[in-house]
Design a protein around this ligand. Structure first.
Ligand code: AKG
Length: 268
C-alpha cells in the first residue's frame, strides 16, 4: 500500500535564467534547480512515443488506447532489477532520439554554464518506464553518488517525458542535503537496490519537495542531494522519464559512466 504524505512544492528557478551566478548559488545552497517548460516539448513527445512503441511491442500498453496516453495493458511486469536487464530496457537505451537529447543544445548550454567548465555527459543515460501500482519498485531515497561514484559533483537531470502529476509518481528532492556528505545506504526491499531508510530521512527534519511536472520541465540536482521517486498511484498510466548526468571533464569519473546503463547485465 502507498503511504505517501502530501508534498511541498519545488521552487521554480526560471526567473534566474539570465543570472548564472545566482543559479550557481541556488544550486550550491539548495542542491537542486527546477525549471518549468524550458525543454523542447515536441522532441520529448517523440522520445516518449519511441519508448512507448517499444513497450507496446512487449504487450505492456493497452492496444485500444492512443499510444501517447501510455495506458497500461495489465500484463504482468518484472520487478525493477529484472526490468533493468530485460530486452525491452536494452532497446530503450539504444533509442537514437533518447541518446541525442542528452547532448542537445539546451542541456549542454545549461549544464556547462552551471558547472562553468568543459562538460562531460555520461553515456549511462536512463530511460525509465514505471508501471501503475508498482509501489515495490518505487525508487527509494538515495544520493546518486552511491551509484554513480567518480566525482560527487555529478549532476543528474531528471526529465518527465510527458506530463507527470504527483499521482503518476514524479521525483522528490530534500533541499540542502547536498551539504550533508554521504549518508549511510542500506539494502532496500523491492527494488533490489540500496537507499536511505524513510525514517532516517524524516529525522533530517527537512521537507520533501516535488510538483505536478509537465512536459518540458527539468529537475537537476547534485550527487549528494537526497531524492526519491513517488509512487505511481494512477489507475492505469505509465510514468515515462529520462535521466542524463553531467560533470566537469577534468573530474574523476567511474568507468561505468562511460558505458550504457547495466552493460554486461542483459538477458540474451
Ligand atoms: O525516476 C526514478 O524513479 C528515479 C530517478 C533517480 O533516482 C535519479 O534520477 O537519480
Amino acid at each position: 500500500m502507498s503511504t505517501q504524505q502530501p508534498m511541498q512544492q519545488l521552487e521554480e528557478a526560471n526567473a534566474w535564467l539570465s543570472d548564472l551566478p545566482a543559479l550557481r548559488r541556488k544550486l550550491s545552497d539548495e542542491g537542486y534547480l527546477f525549471f518549468r517548460g524550458i525543454l523542447d516539448k515536441e522532441e520529448l513527445r517523440r522520445i516518449r512515443a519511441d519508448m512507448l512503441e517499444l513497450a507496446s511491442e512487449y504487450g505492456y500498453l493497452k492496444a485500444s488506447a492512443p499510444l501517447e496516453e501510455g495506458i497500461y495493458s495489465g500484463r504482468e511486469y518484472p520487478a525493477s532489477a529484472q526490468f533493468e536487464t530485460s530486452a525491452l530496457y536494452r532497446r530503450i537505451l539504444d533509442l537514437p532520439r533518447f541518446n541525442a537529447f542528452g547532448r542537445g543544445p539546451v542541456l549542454s548550454l545549461l549544464m556547462s554554464g552551471l558547472l562553468d567548465a568543459e562538460l562531460l555527459e555520461h553515456r549511462r543515460r536512463i530511460g525509465r518506464i514505471t508501471f501503475p501500482g508498482s509501489f515495490k519498485n518505487t525508487t527509494p531515497p538515495h544520493q546518486d553518488f552511491f551509484y554513480i561514484k567518480g566525482t560527487p559533483d555529478t549532476y543528474t537531470c531528471w526529465i518527465p517525458a510527458g506530463d507527470c502529476p504527483e499521482e503518476l509518481g514524479g521525483l522528490a528532492v530534500m533541499p540542502g542535503t547536498n551539504k550533508l556528505g554521504m549518508l549511510e545506504h542500506l539494502p532496500m526491499q523491492g527494488t533490489g537496490g540500496h537507499g536511505v531508510p524513510h525514517e532516517q530521512c524524516e529525522q533530517l527534519g527537512r521537507p520533501w519537495l516535488s510538483t505536478d511536472y509537465r512536459i518540458g520541465d527539468i529537475l537537476l540536482f547534485h550527487g549528494h542531494t537526497l531524492h526519491k521517486a513517488l509512487d505511481n498511484r494512477s489507475k492505469d498510466r505509465m510514468r515515462v522519464s529520462l535521466e542524463y548526468r553531467y560533470q566537469r571533464r577534468g573530474d574523476q569519473i567511474d568507468p561505468g559512466s562511460m558505458e550504457f546503463h547495466m552493460k554486461g547485465a542483459f538477458e540474451s
